[in-house]
Design a protein around this ligand. Structure first.
Ligand code: ZN
Length: 304
């Protein structure tokens, strides 16, 4: 891949354009604002033939404002990318992502139609469809990152404690395109949230997803049965608490993190102990990685 590097005297920025030696002016589409004057730039071409410029800048420690709100819980989902304990910070699944998913599915179908049997050289039509698919995938990734940055920054600016569902997308080959698009969006948001939160000095607590959907955020009681796919409302049989399923999960995630007073690493069994007031004794006596109830963490993820 062609790549060129310029240091401070070799380039300049003016009117949103990059000036390179030899009176070369390049219009730049900015992915984000530069925090300070760049000290060098690398110009390179990627696999799709796009030219990218990456600037090296000196970054002051991010000056995040004092948090005006205590804690927030974040639950990930397909229809709503992030449901939080405060609806003002929810992130809906954005329409352009859905469009991207449809576009990508179309390009991949075209590839499949044009694919020749193994051993034969692929046609130009196939190569074209392949490039198209790569272009759409890249566009979608860029938009995810962009949306995730804006959303995460706002959330981090306002909260001192961020309890986030530690959801790990699997990107199964057989899962639907819409599901893959949603997982990619979740991945981007989770990454931004955790990185930004740590950089800003906030307390970021990942909470394992096991049982969050089944646990009552009102009283901590865990339902015996997992909620069916279509059940959007959580109803506690113990205390009568009722809430939207995702909101209840977000609240359970936050409650779990708030109960946690000790070290930073293992919260696997927090939800079981949240019900018992989060006592360390209960936590220390946890029965190992399968957790109470014998179900492995993640076995209730069918709602994605
Ligand atoms: Zn309850």
């Amino acid at each position: 891949m062609p790549s060129l590097e310029y240091t401070r005297n070799g380039f300049a920025l003016a009117d949103g354009r990059l000036r390179l030696p030899g009176r070369v002016f390049v219009p730049v589409v900015w992915s984000r604002d530069l925090p300070s004057r760049p000290t060098s730039v690398r110009v390179y071409r990627d696999s799709l033939g796009h030219w990218d410029a990456s600037f090296v800048v000196r970054r002051e420690r991010a000056d995040t404002p004092e948090a005006d709100l205590p804690g927030i819980g974040v639950d990930w989902g397909v229809k709503t990318t992030a449901t939080t304990t405060d609806p003002a910070f929810d992130l809906p699944h954005l329409g352009h992502r859905r469009r991207c998913a449809a576009e990508l599915a179309r390009a991949q179908r075209k590839m499949a139609r044009r694919r020749r049997p193994k051993g034969q050289p692929q046609s130009n039509g196939y190569q074209q469809a392949k490039r198209q698919a790569a272009r759409v995938a890249k566009k979608a990734a860029r938009q995810n990152t962009h949306d995730a940055r804006i959303w995460a920054k706002n959330l981090i600016d306002h909260h001192a404690l961020i309890a986030v569902e530690d959801f790990k997308p699997k990107f199964l080959a057989r899962s639907r395109m819409a599901r893959k698009a949603a997982d990619a969006a979740i991945g981007a948001c989770k990454r931004e949230l955790i990185e930004r939160g740590k950089r800003a000095g906030r307390k970021v607590v990942p909470v394992p997803p096991a049982y969050t959907t089944m646990t009552c955020s009102g009283c901590g009681e865990r339902a015996n049965l997992r909620l069916g796919l279509g059940v959007r409302t959580f109803e506690c049989t113990a205390c009568g608490y009722t809430a939207c399923r995702d909101l209840n999960a977000a609240r359970t995630i936050l409650a779990t993190a708030e109960r946690r007073r000790a070290g930073a690493d293992d919260v696997r069994h927090q939800i079981a102990s949240f019900r018992d007031g989060g006592s360390d004794a209960v936590r220390a006596g946890n029965p190992g990685p399968t957790g109470p109830g014998g179900k492995s963490p993640g076995s209730i993820r069918g709602d994605r």
